[in-house]
Design a protein around this ligand. Structure first.
Ligand code: AMP
Length: 176
């Protein structure tokens, strides 16, 4: 993406200190989403590297991954699969647990959402420590599918999430 475009998108994201708790600088993408040109550029830039890569499914991680993954899936002519917080999915599901700064969290996917051999792109709004995306990638592999890429709008490079995900193709638009 052009440097000017990166700067424009960065300027469109609202940064909120000490939310949801003290010491966190929260990157609020709602201010980017409401600008039609910024939203379009973001979806296009997320999609671009994965065109022609034979993506079958785009997985979105609840909740903000649900905003970006569906338009990327549509643009790639792929399907969309939601990866949800526990207790939300109605049919038989698989769960993955992952470490947080304090304690653990978990995510779920329908057992029949992915067929072995499918080519998967995982999308979320932001990569911080990489714990969330890494857990989802591991789950995809356990289901016998291939993780073609991990795709984020924002990357907090100082948290070195990418180091944890070295075996994957990690793509992000806006690095901080
Ligand atoms: P991590 O597992 O540490 O990479 O955290 C990534 C997940 O937490 C993503 O689903 C993000 O939406 C959310 N997240 C973590 N840190 C922030 C932040 N500073 N601003 C906005 N969202 C964040």
């Amino acid at each position: 993406m052009e440097a000017q475009c990166v700067e424009d998108l960065k300027a469109a994201i609202r940064e909120i200190s000490d939310w949801p708790k003290k010491g966190i600088l929260f990157y609020d993408v709602t201010t980017l989403l409401k600008k039609s040109d910024c939203f379009e550029q973001t979806v296009e830039a997320l999609t671009y590297p994965f065109r022609g890569m034979g993506i079958d499914l785009v997985l979105g991680i609840e909740a903000r991954g649900f905003i970006f993954a569906p338009p990327v899936a549509y643009a790639l002519k792929a399907g969309f699969v939601p990866v949800r917080k526990p207790g939300k999915l109605p049919a038989a599901k698989l769960q993955v647990e992952y470490e947080l700064e304090y304690g653990t969290d978990s995510l779920e996917i329908h057992q029949d959402a992915i067929v072995p051999g499918q080519r998967i792109l995982i999308v979320d709004d932001l990569i911080a420590t990489g714990g969330t995306a890494g857990a989802v990638a591991g789950l995809v592999e356990k289901m016998g599918a291939t993780v073609v890429g991990l795709d984020f709008v924002v990357e907090l490079t100082f948290l070195k999430g990418r180091d944890k995900l070295q075996k994957y193709n990690v793509h992000s638009l806006l690095k901080y």
